[in-house]
Design a protein around this ligand. Structure first.
Ligand code: DSN
Length: 423
């Protein structure tokens, strides 16, 4: 190997090495409460940084358009069979680069531009790719949106059914990115059958919970199920699509060559590692703690006077109506960040503020639970959140809380070995 290719990153590119070091320190010293984020294992990171990043492998195991794919096939087959064991789907495609591309592939498999789709309103907790006007899904399809009832702030299944009967969509899409309640996949599957619609569940947020039976599985009730692999599933940043056997060929051709070219084999290797971790009995303990932690955090925040959208949570996330306390989501996100707590502003159903301001913050427990934090820490964190949001302009108080946050983080080390390697 020529000498310059063998240099470690710190020598080859000190600026990028420094940014990586700083990000590692940020993760280690702060409370990551973005509900869609998590911390992957060293094994997942090692697979991601492997030589499989070099490989072109268009096609599928055993039928590739490139030579040299014997070990790539091992990796992809392992990822497929492990995912099958977790989710019990007829057919799995592990190649989508992201959740958005998994959804795009499903649409391409059975829909045509101009078809009607029925998806959950983004501002009620849905997702951009479920028909938002600024997304390809909103541009290529005729979108009808369902949402939550104003009274309960939970999905209005009667209204969903009515819309499906009235508009006869080609596809009904369920799944959410800011919804804290169990989704009744069985009921949505039945509505789709009554109205002869295809039906897709996007379980990106709750995949880890579904994997261990803490949320009812959509697989028996859906034609298609998509997910990302990096949220509660705790794998690499990527996607995956599953379907009933009858759609297998259409889905595979939609992923490649329909939507994507060469698969990211290093990422598929990391997905396989994540699936193996998810099959370990300790993964169920982890997910159980994620849900317990979210419940304790929700109850503590309620006790401290906060209004939670839908009144609470059944899963890993909580949507807090901070505007009810006189602060915008944007201001809340900023004040929390200055205190060492990372969360994101989020619209709440029937929000009066625009999305970039928003009335809510979305907080989740997957990452903190990976660090080993439990109910006691959640109670402490709830009091810090309350202090920050009660007096968001008080920079001295925010700084004091940041110091407390850093002290807590020291007791739950994360990527410390990586930090030491740079020092
Ligand atoms: N952006 C993701 C989330 O934060 O939930 C959804 O794609």
């Amino acid at each position: 190997m020529t000498e310059h290719l063998a240099r470690p990153l710190i020598q080859a590119d000190p600026e990028i090495a420094k940014a990586i070091y700083n990000e590692t320190a940020r993760l280690d010293n702060g409370l990551e409460m973005i509900a869609s984020e998590n911390y992957v294992s060293e094994a997942v990171l090692e697979a991601l940084g492997s030589v499989f990043t070099n490989k072109y492998a268009e096609g599928y195991p055993g039928r590739r358009y490139y030579g040299g794919c014997e070990y790539t096939d091992v990796v992809e087959r392992l990822a497929q069979s492990r995912a099958k064991e977790i989710f019990a789907a007829d057919h799995i495609n592990v190649q989508p680069h992201s959740g958005a591309q998994a959804n795009m592939s499903v649409y391409m498999a059975v829909l045509k531009p101009g078809d009607t789709i029925l998806g959950m309103n983004l501002s009620h907790g849905g997702h951009l790719t479920h028909g938002h006007q600024l997304n390809f899904s909103g541009k290529y399809f005729n979108v009808v949106a369902y949402g939550v009832s104003q009274e309960t702030e939970q999905i209005d299944y009667d209204a969903l059914s009515q819309l499906a009967h009235e508009h006869k969509p080609k596809m009904i899409i369920c799944g959410a990115s800011a919804y804290s309640r169990i989704i009744d996949f069985e009921r949505i599957g039945a509505i789709a059958r009554q109205t002869e619609a295809y039906v897709l569940a996007d379980i990106a947020h709750i995949a880890g919970l579904v994997a261990v039976g803490l949320h009812p599985s959509p697989v028996p009730h859906m034609d298609f199920v998509t997910t990302t692999t990096h949220k509660t599933l705790r794998g690499p940043r990527a996607g995956m699509a599953m379907c009933k056997e009858e759609f297998a060929k259409k889905l595979d051709s939609a992923v490649f060559p329909g939507v994507q070219g060469g698969p990211l084999v290093h990422v598929i290797a990391a997905k396989a590692v994540c699936f193996l971790e998810a099959l370990h009995p300790s993964f169920k303990d982890y997910q159980t703690q994620v849900v317990k932690n979210a419940a304790v955090l929700a109850n503590s925040l309620k006790d401290l006077g906060f209004r939670l959208v839908s009144g609470g949570t059944d899963n890993h996330l909580i949507l807090v109506d901070v505007f009810a306390k006189g602060i915008t989501g944007k201001a809340a996100e900023k004040a929390l960040e200055l205190s060492g707590i990372t969360a994101n502003k989020n619209t709440i159903p029937f929000d009066k503020n625009p999305p970039l301001v928003a009335s809510g913050i979305r907080i989740g427990t997957p990452a903190l639970t990976t660090r080993g934090m439990g109910e006691k820490e959640m109670q402490t964190i709830a009091t810090w959140i309350a202090e920050v949001l009660t007096d968001p302009e008080n920079s001295m108080r925010l700084q004091n809380i940041k110091t407390e946050v850093q002290k807590l983080c020291k007791n739950f080390p994360l990527y410390t070995k990586r930090l030491l390697a740079y020092e």
